[in-house]
Design a protein around this ligand. Sequence first.
Ligand SMILES: [Zn+2]
Ligand SMILES: [Zn+2]
Length: 237
Amino acid sequence: MFGLVQGFLSLTFPVDCLACGELAGAEAFCETCARLVSPRAGQRCARCDTGVPGVHPVCGRCLVEPPPFERGYGVFDYVGPVGDAIRAAKYDARPEALPAVAALLREHLPPELRRDPPGAVLGVPLHPKRLKRRGADAPAMLARTVARGLGVPCLTGALLRLRDTRPQAGLSARERAANVAGAFTPGRRPLPGDVLVVDDITTTGATLRAVAAAAREAGATRVRVLTAAVADRADGP
Ligand SMILES: [Zn+2]
Ligand SMILES: [Zn+2]
């Protein structure tokens, strides 16, 4: 009986902090970890938001090879409570972790997006096989919450993932780009002109570049991308 009640409680709301495992009661994080939740700070590329700028406001990669999106936004660091919560959702099957990440993302949306919202939001599509393995569609869930926060529609099925690409972990930047090249294609619905594509984690931005290119093919003329967490190559998934 106790197990049942405990099981029900942990499904209803967090019991252990998603980051450190200490008792957190009804909150997603314990008090200590909750204080550590803050958006990324420091010098970042004015275009992709993941690279580090040098003498120019944009990073070297964006200078040499501009991305097919107008602007990227990476809200939290993968190292920290939000990254821990994403890992808890992905690998520890904590069903409450994704809504917690989504709520934080909505709370900390870049002011630019609030001032100038897109026409629609969509998540980076997962391959049906991957979705079956994983159970939860993190990008779609985050996209829905972001769309609600911006008061715009959330689209599904506008882009498709053709290939079940192998995980990007452990691949070099070049291998990551090759792994996702051509992985996405326009779906059954046309895209509006101005879209925001949402993902849970980015490391080199290879997936975002590939999906933004597909969004342009699908009819979008302005593509921006938003990720909940930005990982360094060293700690990336
Ligand atoms: Zn904690
Ligand atoms: Zn850049």
